[in-house]
Ligand binder design. Structure first.
Ligand SMILES: *[C@@H]1O[C@H](CO)[C@@H](O)[C@H](O)[C@H]1NC(C)=O
Ligand SMILES: *[C@@H]1O[C@H](CO)[C@@H](O)[C@H](O)[C@H]1NC(C)=O
Ligand SMILES: *[C@@H]1O[C@H](CO)[C@@H](O)[C@H](O)[C@H]1NC(C)=O
Length: 291
């Protein structure tokens, strides 16, 4: 959804505050109905926040991988924390809450270029299952659940490269959950098996809350990755192909941390995956544990 020009537009939007009833150009930003579009780094994580500017949606960020969104009669928004650049071999762990009685998604969300693809791994959603409007392509079993795979095409819609026509790849968890581990490679491999290949160049990848003409709230703490999570400098190991990194459907389980062992946290240089039977959960910015 986010356009490359978002920051410019957000800066320009400050001058339009007078259009909001009761506001004027000296109204503090915190009083705006919608948090301005923004991307950047916060407490070691990349973040991206975009909205179409309508309704009410407030995006806030806390320590480490924490962020929260509250929305009322919103327009369309999507925001969260993660990494720039994305990678296919990341194992994302997260916890928190997601309350969306209307239309909303809790999703790992990212983009590739060459080809331009917007992808979603949806763990929970409100009233609308995004696969309803897509072409069903099969399922993938991973991380303790089954996800429906589907494909949709967006025609002349906002993208990271401006208004474009591009495909959306979806994995939508049949049994909704809030919190757990998302093994990105398992989705990417399952998509590729259906002819859905990501582009060769990754843009950002965030654990995000999205809403559309609805009200709700989410508060999420994201962590865990191929690089230990939350580090501002990524090792130069980002994969740029959709080749499977393993054949066992998971991480490099031979070298993964044992149950109750550490599997991540800022400064952690050890294994960031867990041996089968346990999953990596972020306790806080500094410590993730195989549970
Ligand atoms: C602008 O809004 C602020 C805060 O609501 C208020 O204190 C100030 O008087 C307003 N200025 C004008 C010119 O309306
Ligand atoms: C964010 O950017 C979009 C264009 O991508 C723009 O339409 C929208 O108004 C911006 N949102 C805000 C809150 O300024
Ligand atoms: C596994 O761990 C050993 C010893 O810590 C290390 O030398 C090796 O590179 C690791 N292998 C992988 C695939 O991470």
């Amino acid at each position: 959804m986010v356009q490359a020009t978002s920051l410019v537009l957000a800066a320009a939007a400050i001058g339009t505050v007078a259009a909001i009833p009761g506001g004027n150009s000296t109204t503090p930003l915190a009083k705006r109905a919608v948090t301005p579009n923004s991307t950047g780094t916060n407490n070691g994580y990349y973040y991206s926040w975009w909205s179409d500017g309508s309704g009410t949606a407030t995006y806030t960020m806390g320590s480490g991988g924490q962020f929260a969104v509250t929305w009322q009669n919103s327009g369309n928004f999507v925001g969260g924390k993660g990494w720039a650049t994305g990678t296919t071999n990341r194992v994302v762990s997260y916890s928190g809450s997601f309350n969306s009685p209307g239309n909303g998604y809790l999703t790992l969300y990212g983009w590739t270029r060459n080809a331009l693809i917007e992808y979603y791994i949806v763990d929970s959603y409100g009233t609308y299952n995004p696969c309803q409007g897509g072409q069903k392509k099969g399922t993938v079993n991973t991380d303790g659940g089954t996800y429906d795979i589907c494909l949709s095409t967006r025609t002349n819609q906002p993208s990271i490269d401006g208004t474009s026509t591009f495909q959306q790849y979806w994995s939508v968890r049949q049994s909704k959950r809030v919190g757990g581990t998302i093994t990105v490679a398992n989705h990417v491999n399952a998509w590729a098996a259906q002819g859905m290949r990501l582009g060769s160049s990754h843009s950002y990848q965030v654990l995000a809350c999205e809403g559309y003409q609805s009200s709700g709230s989410c508060s999420i703490n994201v962590g865990g990755s191929t690089s230990g999570g939350g580090q501002t400098t990524q090792p130069p190991q980002q994969t740029t192909t959709t080749r499977p990194t393993t054949t066992n459907g998971g991480g490099n389980t031979g070298n993964c941390s044992a149950k109750y062992g550490q599997c991540g946290g800022q400064g952690w240089a050890g294994a960031t995956c867990c041996q089968s039977g346990s999953t990596c959960r972020a306790s806080n910015q500094w410590y993730s544990q195989c549970l």
